[in-house]
Ligand binder design. Sequence first.
Ligand code: SF4
Ligand code: SF4
Length: 250
Amino acid sequence: MADLLSKYYLRALELDVTYKCNMGCMQCNRALGVCPSQEMMTIEQIQKVLSESLSMAKPYQEIRVLGGEPTLHPQISKIVIALDWYRSQVVESSISIWTNGHGERVKQELKNLPAWMRIRVSHKKLKVGGDEFEPFLAAPIDYSGICLKDYNKGCSQIAIGKCGVGVSLYGIYVCPVAAAIDRVVGLDIGIRNLTEISSERLREQCGQLCRYCGHFLKDNGLILPIKTVSDTWRMLIKRYKKRRSELTLY
Ligand code: SF4
Ligand code: SF4
């Protein structure tokens, strides 16, 4: 392929600071409606990834803080301090937080954020479905005609730069959706140091994780009902409820 990944992966860093969310949407592309979690990145992990970015030849200029609902991280004020330090080091940096804007606590936390932090509100119209959603719990490997596709290229979410590189408490991934898939599937293939990132490593992650991702289907012409849960996801959800995967921490 024309190496889209080699251009993509230096664009933006997306930190899933917590998987805690006050909405639990069914089609959440972190699978939080069906496989809920209270897990979160520690302040040390956030400082680590920011420091690693600074040690790169070209530090990331765009940092997005996501989740889950990021304002529900109990140490959100310390996250803000860490990011303020980062922006003092990378003068042109742009830092944003992506929130569902839902509930009193979230609204209060948003009021406390500094003016330099751009707030992006992604209102979720309905817990099951709504304009913000497309089927996510539909694994491409469950659909004939798509199951044998080349997953190594990822999907248009990364080609058009909608996503950035994802960081979770389990490491660095091609996108935050891939990080969330791995927390359920348990392949444990997060990159452990940002300086080790390469298009080859990200392509390998795509090869192993995009096969579970509903976003891959639309690119391949398969439009499914919003509430679709495919066989593989039924199995993954059942297994998650019995026993969660143990992954190495970042
Ligand atoms: S608000 Fe966003 S993060 Fe939370 S469950 Fe819904 S889609 Fe997932
Ligand atoms: S198919 Fe899913 S996991 Fe793969 S690159 Fe696209 S959004 Fe990320």
